[in-house]
Write a protein that binds this ligand. Structure first.
Ligand code: NAD
Length: 309
């Protein structure tokens, strides 16, 4: 299994480290328009392989070096500066995707390759990459709200004093400020959230839910204020998505792919079964009418942003 990572800044490096530690790939190629940075990352990571799985890691100076890749991860482009939203990155990062995707497509097998998008604003970048690559929608996959969902599960886990592994809950819609928590589908150990809270005597008021929503949506802003960027969470999320694809695990992940949503075609996150061929099936979540209205609003925001390109 050969993978390539395009863009080896904070996120690309964290992805490379997390993927290396899974032992699932035998070859990893790093490309960045800043060749010095890519070579330094490959060198540093190469030393780390002595203490773990034996992965061949190299930096390449042009796209011919990615030939033979089964999966290409795109994590290049500007990140949010303190106070910036993901949408503020729209025009700059659209140029980055327009630069990268044609060069990737010239050097991969279009019949099999899977593109994984990380660059923000994520959903719009998935739509753009899909349009340029002309790959089937199932093989142009954005990490979507995987990270937001992880944040929700972490916060719930701390509040409920139960492992996040026992909590099923999803953040849906845009990977951005309009994301939607699907409270209607939360289960803990098979119980609805309300049942679980009643049995364990944990208070779960509307105000508690509002605080949790605020913390999930603002987690990235807080981290960026504190350490300049976010990388560990997304590195682990990409590595988890890769594992699900490579091992054909068919787990349900909230990834973003271009899909028909009502009468519209756009990319946003919904629960989807993911396996070796990419996204296999999209599930229609159980939602209240208010949650559904919020999801529709989120979809409209993504479409409006795409129309501005
Ligand atoms: P960074 O500035 O640390 O790294 C970006 C890298 O991209 C740089 O090394 C730069 O040289 C490279 N690059 C830029 N344009 C390029 C091009 N045309 N071709 C090749 N390389 C190019 O930024 P970062 O913190 O690593 O963030 C990268 C992206 O990931 C941002 O858009 C950020 O918002 C996004 N991100 C997404 C999520 C998510 O959940 N999807 C989470 C965190 C960050």
């Amino acid at each position: 299994m050969k993978i390539s990572i395009i863009g080896v800044g904070s996120v690309g490096s964290a992805v490379a480290t997390a993927v290396k530690n899974t032992g699932l790939v035998h070859e990893m190629v790093l490309y960045d328009r800043d060749g010095v940075r890519a070579r330094a990352a490959a060198e540093d990571l190469g030393h780390a392989t002595v203490f773990g799985f034996d992965v061949k890691i190299s930096a390449v100076s042009n796209y011919r070096g990615i030939r033979g890749s089964d999966i290409v991860i795109i994590s290049a482009g500007a990140n949010q500066k303190p106070g910036e939203t993901r949408t503020d990155l729209l025009q700059n990062n659209a140029e980055v995707i327009r630069d990268i995707v044609p060069q990737v497509m010239e050097n991969v097998d279009a019949k099999n390759v899977i593109l994984i998008l990380v660059t923000n604003p994520l959903d719009v970048m998935v739509m753009l990459a899909r349009e340029i690559s002309k790959l089937p929608t199932s093989r142009v996959i954005g990490t979507g709200t995987m990270l937001d969902t992880a944040r929700l599960r972490t916060i719930l886990s701390r509040g409920l004093s139960v492992s996040p592994q026992s909590i099923h809950s999803y953040v849906l819609g845009e990977h951005g400020d309009s994301s939607v928590i699907d409270w209607s589908s939360v289960t803990v150990g098979g119980l609805s959230l309300d049942d679980f809270c009643r049995q364990t005597k944990v208070p779960m008021t509307d105000a508690t839910r509002e605080t949790i929503e605020y913390r999930v949506r603002n987690a990235a802003y807080e981290i960026i204020r504190g350490r300049g960027a976010t990388w560990d969470g997304i590195g682990a999320a990409v590595s988890d998505l890769l594992r699900c694809i490579i091992n054909d695990e068919r787990r349900i992940l909230t990834v973003s792919v271009v899909d028909g949503v009502g009468s519209h075609t756009l990319a946003m996150s919904l629960p989807r079964i993911v396996g070796r061929g990419g996204v296999i099936t999209t599930l229609i979540p159980k939602m209240s009418s208010a949650e559904l209205a919020a999801l529709r609003r989120s979809a409209r925001i993504i479409q409006k942003n795409f129309s501005m390109l």
